[in-house]
Each structure stands twice: as structure tokens, then as C-alpha cells.
Ligand binder design. Structure first.
Ligand code: SF4
Ligand code: SF4
Length: 302
């Protein structure tokens, strides 16, 4: 049985597929989007989050950690995350709640047990479970084995993927997935290389493969200065139009900056992007208005 790292389980999710869902966030991603809203999830390795505003300087973590991760220079709490083995000892002694392991390990049985607690919500709303991340298909075995257990109870399964994964990982989970949520962040290669960190050929080929083999929702993050030029949005609309009738819905997601605080807590840095005005959002929505499926902005039909 596989084991894997889960960094969050969000109950009562309303925008991660049909109905009321529980969304499981798996750790690790093969992209580095400059606007990532879960930057602490990018590394496949576990680690600790530190919330400076909660720290009372008691130094219990320094004594609890036998790896020398925590040290103090006057009033400054220094953290050398490269030494951390994610044992959780410092979290356990931090009564102020300033330290938290990013992720917890689960096997499929443990995970399915947690997810089935919300079963009555799924039944009443036409919802189910969504595997997200990070990139859930970097832990395809955990997704597959957990989804197989959920399928025994008839649970609807979504996988939210950024598509930069080996084709084999997609084929592996295909039999247990009812709906894929796929991001299209850009079409132009130069945007990918500059803001997303990878060539887009694997992503484009996986997008086509899924559109030929499964139902999908497409989600387009709107990041000002990155992919919001009319040319780029028209290319994205054309790409969506070419994918056929298994695209059931297109969602436009406006930028939020929640990732910046999480990046600070994980000892990382994240770029800040400007927010879009109402007028700009309306103009962008207009570019997508001709597509033949349900169009939403931030989960709201337009
Ligand atoms: S144990 Fe917690 S509150 Fe005490 S110094 Fe460490 S992080 Fe701060
Ligand atoms: S999780 Fe363990 S290794 Fe990492 S800082 Fe805390 S005590 Fe040290």
C-alpha cells in the first residue's frame, strides 16, 4: 500500500467540481508558477511553517530539535530549513502554535476514512472528493488507491491537475476519475518559461489526451501582466474551442495574494501581482463569451 504527503484537507469546498466536495491537497509540484497560492506545497519534501507573529520566544523548539534547525540571535528566531527532517518535535512543544508541519503522511485507507466522513454532504449535493495540490498526479498511486476505496461507496472523483506529469500517471488514474479539472495558464512558450518554469509541450499533449478520454473543466487563472493580454487570451480561447465537447465548463480565476503570507511562513519568497479591476475582468470575460459551455468567474456563472 502506498503512503504519501497531504498538506491540507478542505471540507465543504464549493469550487472544486460539482456539488459540495472535500478537497485533498497533495504535496509536491513540477511547476513553479510565480503566483502560486500554495507555495508551501511545491517541494516534494516535508518541512515546517513558522508564524512569527505567534512566537513568544520561549526557545522550547531549540531544545526539542536535535538537528539544530532553530537558533536565536538576540530577539531573532533563525531557522535553517535545510537541516529539518520534519520529525514534528518542535511543533509538539510550541504551545504558542507558531510552528506547524506543512504536511502529514497518510495511506489510502486512512485518507479514505477521513474523506468518507463527509459522505452525506456528497450524497445530498451531487458532490464528492477532489484530489488537488500541488500536483496530485505526482502521487498517482496514493490517488488511485484512495479513489478505488471511495469508489466502493460510489463517491464522485475529480482530479485537479496542472498536467505537467508523465502520461502514465494520467492513464493510471483514468478509470477512477469522473472529471478532470485542468489549468490552462498560458499558450505561449515564453510565458511558460518565464513565469511557470517549464516548457509547455508535455502539458499541451496531456491536455489533448484528457479531452479525448474524459470529461473536463478548464480553469484559467487571470494574472495581470502575465497572461491577460488580448492576444494571449484569444489563443487560450482558441485552444479551449479545439478541445471538443468533453469540456463541460470553463472557469476564469482572478488573482489573489494569499500565497504571499504562506510563502513567508515557509521561508520562501513570492512575487506580488496587481489585482484586476472590475472593468478589466468584464473585458476578459467578453473574450470567452463565445465558448460553448458554462462560463464562470471565480465560481460564479456569467
Ligand atoms: S517553541 Fe514556539 S513560541 Fe517558543 S520560541 Fe519556538 S516557535 Fe517561538
Ligand atoms: S520538525 Fe524536527 S527536524 Fe524539523 S525543525 Fe522541528 S524538531 Fe527540528
Amino acid at each position: 500500500m502506498s503512503r504519501g504527503l497531504v498538506f491540507d484537507i478542505q471540507h465543504f469546498s464549493l469550487h472544486d467540481g460539482p456539488g459540495i466536495r472535500t478537497t485533498v491537497f497533495l504535496k509536491g509540484c513540477s511547476l513553479h508558477c510565480a503566483w502560486c497560492h500554495n507555495p508551501e506545497s511545491i517541494s516534494l519534501k516535508n518541512g515546517i511553517l513558522f508564524k512569527e507573529s505567534k512566537c513568544i520566544g520561549c526557545r522550547a523548539c531549540e531544545n526539542a530539535c536535535n538537528r539544530g534547525v532553530h537558533s536565536f540571535d538576540g530577539g531573532n528566531h533563525l531557522i535553517d530549513r535545510s537541516l529539518c527532517m520534519a520529525c514534528g518535535n518542535c511543533e509538539a512543544v510550541c504551545y504558542a502554535g507558531a510552528l506547524k508541519l506543512i504536511a502529514r503522511e497518510y495511506d489510502p485507507k486512512e485518507l479514505a476514512e477521513v474523506l468518507l466522513r463527509d459522505r452525506s454532504l456528497y450524497d445530498r449535493s451531487g458532490g464528492g472528493v477532489t484530489f488537488s495540490g500541488g500536483e496530485p498526479l505526482l502521487q498517482a498511486d496514493l490517488v488511485l488507491e484512495t479513489a478505488e476505496l471511495l469508489k466502493e461507496d460510489g463517491i464522485h472523483i475529480c482530479v485537479d491537475t496542472a498536467l505537467n506529469v508523465p502520461r502514465e500517471s494520467i492513464k493510471k488514474v483514468l478509470p477512477v476519475v469522473d472529471l478532470f479539472l485542468c489549468d490552462i495558464k498560458a499558450v505561449s512558450g515564453d510565458i511558460f518559461r518565464r513565469y511557470i518554469g517549464e516548457d509547455n509541450s508535455l502539458i499541451m499533449s496531456n491536455l489533448k489526451y484528457i479531452s479525448e478520454n474524459a470529461d473536463m473543466y478548464i480553469r484559467v487563472p487571470l494574472i495581470k501582466g502575465v497572461n491577460t493580454e488580448v492576444d494571449e487570451l484569444e489563443k487560450i480561447r482558441e485552444l479551449i474551442g479545439s478541445l471538443g465537447n468533453r469540456v463541460r465548463q470553463v472557469g476564469l480565476l482572478t488573482y489573489h495574494d494569499l500565497g504571499i503570507e504562506k510563502a513567508v511562513q515557509a521561508g520562501m519568497e513570492e512575487e506580488r501581482f496587481p489585482f484586476l479591476t472590475e472593468e478589466e475582468i468584464q473585458e476578459m470575460t467578453g473574450i470567452f463569451s463565445g465558448i460553448a459551455c458554462e462560463l464562470l468567474v471565480d465560481g460564479v456563472p456569467v
